[in-house]
Design a protein around this ligand. Structure first.
Ligand code: ADP
Ligand code: MG
Length: 645
């Protein structure tokens, strides 16, 4: 007898489970399923993400539903639209052999009338986000007055997101006799409050860490200077050519900015956050699942609970404000028994957070150094060699071989190999030759290096916008406050010149300033900001008077690397600054090696060597998808679980 059968599941579920390829129940399934099948009881189950909670409630629920009765019998509440769709999809797969069982997803942003229509057609199970559910109830579009089961999935996150009122109101619209099953990763006070208020002597289940994803996740941190954060991210990606990752940022804005930079730099990246339209988010998730996106840059809320298999890395580009959130992030990887790595890119001033996290996850971090250019080149070279070895040959190519042989005639095998790998490799070598190591940042800081940026110290910036862009000091200050989402006094000593300006913030905002402002599109002009060596004197509010004359020098160690030709980085003459590519340290991004498999490198025509590539943008996602060579999608299909193909 199969393990699932032993739990008491019936034939139609067992068939579906077989199709899904599940061999053994997970711990939470093993504990919850028999209880839920045998008893009519409330239940509280605490288990980390990735432990199989959906099936833990989904299987018994399906077995208990009367599919011949078309009325709504169960409501599943979940925090986000993505999760709502994910659960709906799972439930549909679990119940595919149960005739007449209908599950409908109800979530914001899509047509409410269409959803209402689907419900009306007869949906025994509704999977909903609390906001939209409340809306439907208010408009009399659903009837949950007779449901038997209410499931609160990711209860902690729903409450985190401020759904307390909605949940209370929705629950009070359900019958007292219904049973409530609450699933959560953690048990904060608010969850306990809901449990106490709405549940009667619930059975409690706790699943220990050992069976959760976290046992298969290793944790690493990389300490870098604040201004090197982005460069570090790129190197980590370059050092892991097969990376398939979620990159977490703190805000929507950072998320968008980092994703845009990655795309511009030739990576398969996309942003996922709440400001995207429904269709955009669906598109991004589809591309991510299909592995057309290797780096999904996301906010915590948008990525919460996303269940995509085989994610190799979770990257904490910035740590979350709430340390507890780290758990949710790292739970995106190491799922279903696979190994995963959770990486934290961190600055020295935040280091104490690492031990705080270690206490929560009950695991140690390994400190690592960002790989050097040489190491990355080595990795890429081997990757390339392996790729050549594993490439399947399409015999179409035979037609062209005579001509190709003619061109390559006279090259020995050794020469041929060298030249072939150099085609790709030269770009990496050329790029990294010019790059300094990020690994030495902590220990070897000479006086010519930029000083360390600390919270509490003022930091002065040079920015390539000024009076010419219709800013006076007040307008620039407003623009900065607004764009950076900073308070009234957080931007000070604003000094506007003709073609450029200076301003200060506290060191704690430096990351934000660098990541948001750099590359910001101001009416078609790309903003470039660098840290100025001069601190601009002491902090005083009369910033417009606080000019420091011609003494300001821009640091030669500005964002994106040092330029050895130092001379071009002297003080700028008024009106003399242009965001010309040669003048910007970021201009060197133009020679960044294009990644194989990148959206653009697969599809964009290759440029002649030495030509500028900067204006050559990565094609938009959809184009990238269409142009993807078949090999990739085959790979992707192979690696996907049967249920997803
Ligand atoms: P959680 O809700 O706890 O975060 P999910 O229900 O989303 O976890 O399940 C995580 C992944 O594990 C999904 O891909 C799911 O299909 C898979 N899974 C669930 N149960 C099993 C099982 N018994 N055997 C193998 N894979 C499973
Ligand atoms: Mg879940």
């Amino acid at each position: 007898m199969n393990k699932f059968e032993q739990l008491g599941l019936n034939e139609s579920l067992l068939l579906a489970i077989k199709d899904l390829g599940f061999e053994n129940p997970s711990e939470v399934q093993e504990k919850a399923i028999p209880i839920l099948l045998e008893q009519e009881t409330d239940l509280v189950a605490l288990a980390q993400t990735g432990t199989g909670k959906t099936a833990a409630f989904g299987f018994p629920l399906i077995q208990k539903i009367d599919a011949e009765d078309r009325s709504t019998q169960a409501l599943i509440l979940s925090p986000t639209r993505e999760l709502c769709l994910q659960i709906t999809n799972e439930i549909k797969q679990y119940s595919k052999y149960v005739k007449g069982l209908h599950t409908v997803a109800v979530y914001g942003g899509a047509s409410i009338t269409e959803q209402a229509r689907e419900v009306k057609r007869g949906a025994q199970v509704i999977v909903a986000t609390p906001g939209r559910m409340q809306d439907m109830i208010n408009r009399g579009l659903v009837n949950i007055k007779n449901i038997n089961y209410c499931i609160l999935d990711e209860a902690d996150e729903m409450l985190n997101m401020g759904f307390y009122e909605d949940i209370v109101s929705i629950l009070s619209d359900t019958p007292d006799e219904k049973k409530t099953w609450l699933f959560s990763a953690t048990m904060p006070a608010e969850v306990a409050r809901i449990a106490k208020k709405f549940m009667a002597e619930p059975v409690e289940i706790t699943v220990g860490h050992k069976n959760s994803g976290s046992a298969t996740v290793s944790h690493e941190f990389y300490c870098v200077n604040a201004r090197d954060r982005y460069e570090a991210l790129k190197r980590l990606a370059d050092a892991n050519p097969d990376i398939f990752s979620v990159v977490f940022c703190r805000t929507k804005r950072d998320t968008q900015a980092v994703a845009e930079k990655l795309i511009e730099d030739g990576y398969n990246a996309a942003a996922l956050h709440g400001d995207l339209s429904q269709a955009q988010r669906d598109g991004v998730m589809k591309a991510f699942r299909g592995r057309q996106i290797q780096m999904l840059v996301a906010t915590d809320v948008a990525a919460r609970g996303i269940d995509v298999d085989n994610i190799t890395h979770v990257v904490n580009y910035q740590l979350p404000d709430e340390i507890e959130t780290y758990n949710h992030r790292s739970g995106r990887t190491g799922r279903a028994g696979k190994l995963g790595t959770s990486i934290v890119i961190i600055t020295k001033s935040e280091l104490r957070k690492i031990s705080a996290i270690e206490r929560i996850i009950k695991q140690k971090f390994e400190e690592k150094t960002i790989p050097s250019g040489i190491e990355i080149c080595e990795i890429q070279l081997l990757h390339l060699a392996n790729k050549i070895k594993d490439t399947e040959v399409d015999h179409e190519i035979d037609n062209y071989l005579p001509a190709i042989n003619e061109v390559l005639d006279g090259l020995s095998k050794e020469e041929l190999i060298k030249k072939m790998v150099s085609v790709e490799f030269n770009r990496f070598i050329a790029y990294y030759k010019k790059k300094r190591d990020l690994s030495g940042e902590k220990s070897e800081r000479s006086s010519s290096e930029p000083r360390e940026i600390r919270a509490g110290d003022p930091v002065r910036y040079f920015v390539n916008i000024g009076a010419r862009d219709d800013f006076d000091w007040m307008q620039l200050k407003d623009f900065l406050k607004e764009t950076l989402d900073l308070g009234r006094d957080d931007v000070f000593k604003v000094d506007v010149k003709e073609g450029f300006s200076f301003f200060n913030t506290d060191g704690e905002h430096t990351d934000k300033v660098m990541s948001i402002l750099n590359g910001f599109d101001l009416n078609g002009r790309r903003i470039n900001v660098e840290i100025s060596k001069n601190e601009g004197g002491s902090r005083d509010r009369r910033d417009h008077n606080g000019r420091s004359g011609g003494g300001e020098r821009r640091s030669s160690g500005g964002f994106g690397g040092r330029n050895s030709g130092g001379g071009s980085f002297g003080p700028k003459k008024e009106g003399g600054f242009r965001s010309d590519r040669n003048d910007s340290p970021r201009g060197e991004r133009s020679d960044r090696p294009r990644r194989e498999g990148g959206f653009r490198s697969d599809s964009a025509p290759k440029r002649a060597p030495g030509s500028f590539q900067r204006e050559e943008r990565a094609p938009r996602r959809s184009e990238g998808n269409n142009d993807r060579p078949a090999g990739r999608s085959f790979e992707a299909a192979k690696s996907r679980r049967p249920r997803k193909s």
